[in-house]
Design a protein around this ligand. Structure first.
Ligand code: DGT
Ligand code: MG
Ligand code: MG
Ligand code: MG
Ligand code: MG
Length: 252
């Protein structure tokens, strides 16, 4: 077929391919979810339905993109890790990132009514996305540990903050002042002394976030079928990785 004289503009396109042998992480994060959560009256500091909807959208992404080996989500963010040897879209970063991001966003909206029966979605949410490459298994594990540690630090702070505001009747700025510069031990003590809350008994979903991995589960006919399974577990220590060696494909 003859090419048009305009064809040369295609040469301006540049592929941004991910380096070989690296784990490819795509992380999405809700855009201005401070406002989105407020507008939709999410429970503070954690809304179970909202977290479950995030998980549902992430499962949809992993059911479609089979080369994602693990997902980890907390708050308004989700990380997806592609196999280090994936050749999907010739490892083009923009293809991987934009496809994951738009499927996540559309799934979030698609599944909304099931998680928020009767609650209207007032405006379309959107998410940012980035691609990060990790050359070693240790780097990848440290990345996931970093996100889970972040969930813990933020949740401890937010649990204190919202108890001080909602039960302690402090203004937001008073609560902020009271918590500024305090250590985790102080926050634990504050929750216990002032509100009788043992932080370690708070729901693990809030403290640890959700990890999605693939497991073989019975399909009802006695056969085992691969499925994306949500786990609420510690992924910082070694135990999780020893119990699930297939995730990183480690030789035992
Ligand atoms: P960004 O990401 O820079 O566009 O801005 P934000 O506002 O999304 O900020 P980010 O991602 O650092 O923080 C997440 C916000 O979402 C934070 O304001 C807390 C809120 N959020 C997340 N999960 C929940 C929830 O379950 N309940 C409530 N009430 N708020 C939540
Ligand atoms: Mg942000
Ligand atoms: Mg956000
Ligand atoms: Mg966030
Ligand atoms: Mg096309």
């Amino acid at each position: 077929m003859a090419k048009s004289k305009f064809e040369y503009v295609k040469e301006f396109e540049r592929d941004n391919c991910c380096l070989p042998n690296c784990w490819i992480v795509v992380r999405i994060d809700g855009r201005n979810f401070s406002k989105f959560c407020e507008a939709h009256q999410f429970n503070k500091p954690n809304d179970v339905a909202a977290l479950q909807l995030m998980n549902r959208a992430a499962i949809t992404v992993m059911e479609d993109f089979k080369e994602i080996i693990i997902g980890y989500g907390q708050s308004d963010e989700y990380s997806f890790v592609f196999r280090k040897d994936t050749e999907l879209y010739k490892r083009r970063a923009s293809k991987l990132m934009t496809n994951v991001n738009s499927l996540f966003a559309s799934s979030y909206v698609y599944h909304w009514p099931r998680f928020f029966q009767g609650k209207e979605l007032y405006y379309p949410p959107s998410f940012d996305a980035r691609v990060i490459l990790y050359p070693t298994d240790k780097n990848l594990r440290d990345y996931l540990a970093w996100r889970q540690a972040d969930a813990h630090v933020n949740n401890l702070y937010n649990t204190c903050f919202w108890n001080l505001v909602l039960k302690g009747k402090l203004t937001p700025s008073q609560a902020e002042g009271k918590l500024r510069g305090t250590l985790a031990s102080h926050k634990n003590e504050l929750l216990f002394q002032e509100f009788g809350i043992n932080y370690n008994n708070e729901p693990p979903l809030f403290r640890k976030g959700t990890t999605l991995i693939r497991k073989l589960v019975p399909d009802g006919t006695g056969r085992l079928k691969p499925a994306v399974v949500p786990l609420v577990d510690d992924i910082i220590g070694d135990r999780f990785w020893k119990e699930n060696p297939e995730v990183l494909g480690l030789k035992s």
